[in-house]
Write a protein that binds this ligand. Structure first.
Ligand code: CA
Length: 538
């Protein structure tokens, strides 16, 4: 017993000296918890991996590349380590992006078949990877049979004739009016208008209609029966434009309806607006809403890295957000993300000689937030793309050779993107690449469960240094602290009392360790130290 204890202590000492002296030769074992605090990889199937040579990514192609996302083996470090996938819309649609659905219970033939989907889900689940699907309930395609039936019927009515829902129930599925209301567009060949907030090809559905709710009840059952682990709700703020209480009611209906069928389903909503407007949506019981205030070129993370905020702002803004969400739902799960398919790629936010470090560090700041953290495909390669939506959805850069196996052609109107940080082939070999760094940060999420699950506390170890941010998170009996050096210069800081250095990442030089000597921590430029209480994580 005593011998074992000494051996354990020695192992601990060796790990520590290696951490501070000779690079991370002994990485702590992963500790992955099977819950809804995950690391989720957002995939645009169209641009991910093409399995049949038509230049369009597909579900069998994605399945082929699952080893890249997660190989299901905790002892390897050749995969990203994401343990959830968000599939952007996969159902039949006339557009390349497929956010206008014509059949909610099938797979677009460009992407494959239901059998391909079932195989993908089975393969994901065998690796401990959850799959959530985009759920576009705000609107359908104008080519959806519901809309076509409603339109055809309305065109038969006389000028003073009111629609008869018994003759055509689909009229109630949408918002039709003979007046041109705000957000409405003319129905060609008739004296009717219909609500279409995004585009005439996307008529807004009437989510107050019992018949529509019954349809989505069946549609969620369909996908849950096919094994999905949850849903990403598109365009929540447009459910009832400008009417947050009604949106909350609709979200409550959806959440209750799904959780009655699968109590541990995970639901995340896209409410692209300010925090005060969407935080009350948490009262619906929907697990998560994307945390827009930290994302994009003008969000908290980019602002701080551009010097428009202090390191302390990073901690305080998280605390403000968490406290607000918690006040509406104690079981909320934050959904931090840095970019998505609607935003310019993150690597374009920084210029000059620090651009690479800042691109990497921003991803770490995002991925080390609490909650279920999202990573948009290709951000881990620092892919480029801005302007038109198509540019933000460019082919995954497996190779710099566009004719290499599996490479996609990308959306038709995409401007060719110059990928300045190289393809996966280049980056996989380079310990200082964006890819290698991102993998290291995800490893931290998978090693220290409190990072995702604890509430943010200010550590108070900054010694008045505006470039140092100390964050502590506790969950069950684990306790982890993170010290961020958000500057281009090396810094030192006193080791917080009762803590020891257990891990680190460095966005400047992966070989230049965070180290500790005589209770003084040396934090290289753009590094992050991971600390645990002296007694170690239990
Ligand atoms: Ca294909």
């Amino acid at each position: 017993m005593k011998k074992r204890l000494i051996a354990l202590l020695l192992t601990g000492a060796l790990t520590l000296s290696c951490l501070s002296g000779c690079g991370k030769t002994a990485k702590p074992a992963l500790n992955i918890i099977d819950d809804n605090y995950r690391t989720c990889y957002e995939v645009f199937v169209y641009s991910f991996y093409d399995s049949d040579g038509d230049g369009i990514g597909d579900l069998p192609g994605l399945e082929k590349k699952l080893d890249y996302i997660n190989d299901g083996d905790d002892t390897t470090d050749s995969d990203l380590g994401c343990n959830e996938i968000w599939l952007m819309p996969i159902s039949p649609s006339p557009t390349y992006h497929k956010y206008d659905v014509t059949d909610y219970m099938d797979i677009d033939p460009e992407y494959g078949t239901m059998e391909d989907f079932d195989a993908l889900i089975e393969d994901c689940h065998s690796r401990g990877v959850h799959v959530i699907i985009d759920f576009v309930m705000n609107h359908s395609s104008s080519e959806h049979p519901w809309f076509v039936a409603a339109s055809d019927y309305l065109k038969t009515l006389d000028a003073d004739e009111e629609p008869d829902l018994e003759a055509c129930p689909y009229v109630d599925y949408y918002h039709f009016s003979r007046e041109k209301l705000e957000g409405y567009t003319a129905l060609p060949g008739s004296d009717w208008y219909y609500e279409a907030r995004f585009w005439e090809g996307m008529p807004d559905l009437n989510l107050k209609s019992e018949a529509v709710r019954k349809e989505f009840d069946e549609i969620t059952s369909f996908w849950l029966d096919h094994g999905v682990d949850g849903f990403r709700l598109d365009a929540v703020t447009s459910y009832e434009t400008g009417q947050p209480d009604e949106i909350t009611e609709e979200l409550t209906w959806f959440n209750d309806m799904v959780k009655a069928k699968k109590s541990d389903a995970y639901i995340v909503g896209e409410a692209w607006t300010n925090r005060k407007f969407y935080a009350p949506f948490y009262a619906s019981g929907v697990d998560s809403f994307f945390d827009f205030s930290f994302a994009d070129s003008n969000g908290n993370i980019a602002k701080i890295l551009h010097g428009a905020g202090s390191a302390a702002d990073f901690a305080q803004s998280q605390i403000n957000a968490e406290t607000l969400y918690q006040s509406y739902n104690p079981n909320y799960i934050n959904a931090p993300f840095y970019t998505n398919h609607d935003m310019a790629r993150g690597s374009g936010y920084y210029t000059g000689e620090l651009a690479l470090q800042q691109t990497k560090y921003a991803l770490a700041m995002n991925l080390l937030m609490q909650g279920n953290a999202f990573l948009y495909y290709g951000e881990e390669l620092g892919m480029r793309g801005s302007g038109a939506d198509e540019n933000k959805r460019a082919p995954m850069q497996w190779s710099s050779d566009a004719t290499a196996e599996g490479m996609c052609k990308g959306p038709a109107n995409m401007k060719q993107q110059e990928m300045i940080y190289g393809s996966l082939e280049d980056q996989a070999k380079d310990p200082n690449s964006i890819y290698s760094f991102t993998k290291e940060v995800i490893r931290l999420r998978n090693t220290y469960p409190a990072i995702a699950r604890g509430m943010t506390e200010i550590l108070g170890a900054e010694d008045g240094d505006s470039q140092i941010c100390g964050i502590r998170r506790r969950w069950e009996d684990s306790d982890v602290a993170m010290l961020f050096n958000i500057s281009s210069e090396d810094r030192t800081v006193a080791m917080p009392e009762g803590y020891q250095l257990v891990d680190w990442v460095n966005a400047t030089d992966a070989k230049n360790a965070v180290s500790e000597k005589d209770q003084i921590l040396s934090l290289p430029a753009y590094s992050i130290a991971i600390l645990s209480p002296d007694s170690g994580t239990k």
